[in-house]
Design a binder for this molecule. Structure first.
Ligand code: MG
Length: 311
């Protein structure tokens, strides 16, 4: 058995004391100490993560989980994710960061939403307890459940580029990556203008090479600089993960409103279901409607026309 969770600072101190005379002489890299109690190996990492290994690992782990509840009112769920091994992959989780992420760029229907947020070290436990860490694996239901709490707690800026504006602006010179770059920069700049946050890094979930990114935002009045571009950043950086959740939540709300307005269920993505629903919408509301609710440059537009001609 292998149980891992992030311990609060006061609990870490208690652990160090508690396991003092059971410490192993050698400490693994990145660890504060490693101790053996009965058949359980306990390792506390510099990141604050603690790992319990052995057949009765849960007994030792539960002792501290109960203490987290009692002293810090934290509920630590070790049912699935937290059993995973400590990896160096998510090393960015322990920094105070500003991060941005977008949604809607692969969806024919609905707007593009970009969020930039600031996650300080103090908010790391709050977010990991909510399950923000594996944001890609979160279902839409779970996002709808946890996003309001995140929105309340952390500073963020969300920008929505509606379909009218998108369709007006999109051209050969202004492609999707340029639109994304401009929006990311705008969201980051307006967040950074709000307050002087004590961030250590600014992270963007990479969608284009850094050089190209700065070419795209060349004419912006203000630019956020010193950016770390990372692929799959939502798995490595909590502010990117939080931004991705807030963006997705905003997008889902917009789609819900659109469904209410049209009385039609709107599929996500850009597959064949999208073409069928697009044709249904045109039949009901006219072709012009698509301008206001869809990204016209997508191939779906011509497929919708094909469907309508066949009928
Ligand atoms: Mg992304």
């Amino acid at each position: 058995m292998n149980i891992v969770f992030k311990a609060s600072e006061n609990i870490q101190k208690k652990m160090i004391k508690y396991y003092e005379d059971k410490r192993k002489e050698k400490t693994p890299s990145y660890a504060v100490f490693q101790a053996v109690e009965e058949d359980t190996i306990i390792t506390l990492y510099e990141s604050g993560k603690v790992m319990f290994q052995g057949t009765s690992a849960d007994i030792d782990a539960n002792l501290w989980i109960e203490m987290e509840k009692k002293l810090n009112n934290r509920t630590i769920d070790i049912s699935n994710d937290s059993k995973k091994k400590e990896t160096k992959e998510n090393i960015f989780f322990n920094f105070s960061t500003v991060g941005s992420d977008e949604v809607g760029t692969g969806d024919y229907f609905g707007p593009i939403v970009v969020t930039a947020s600031y996650v300080s070290k103090e908010d790391i436990n709050f977010l990991t307890d909510l399950g923000v860490k594996d944001s890609k694996k979160l279902t839409d239901e779970k996002i709808i459940k946890i996003a309001p709490a995140i929105i309340k707690k952390i500073p963020y800026v969300t920008l929505v580029l509606d379909n009218n504006k998108y369709n007006e602006n999109y051209s050969e010179d202004v492609n999707m990556n340029k639109i994304k770059a401009i929006l990311h920069n705008k969201a980051l700049v307006s967040l950074l203008n709000k307050e002087k946050y004590a961030y250590e890094k600014i992270v963007i979930d990479q969608f284009v090479y850094p050089k190209k990114y700065f070419e795209h935002i060349y004419s912006a009045q203000q630019k956020a600089v010193n950016i770390t571009f990372m692929t799959k950043a939502e798995d490595k950086c909590l502010s990117v993960a939080a931004s991705s959740i807030i963006s997705r939540y905003t997008f889902l709300v917009k789609i819900k409103n659109l469904e209410k307005e049209l009385g039609i269920e709107i599929p996500k993505g850009a597959g064949t279901k999208v073409d069928e629903v697009g044709a249904e919408i045109v039949k009901k509301y006219g072709f012009n409607k698509l301008k206001h609710i869809a990204k016209l440059n997508f191939k779906n537009t011509s497929k919708i026309k094909d469907i309508l001609e066949e009928n």
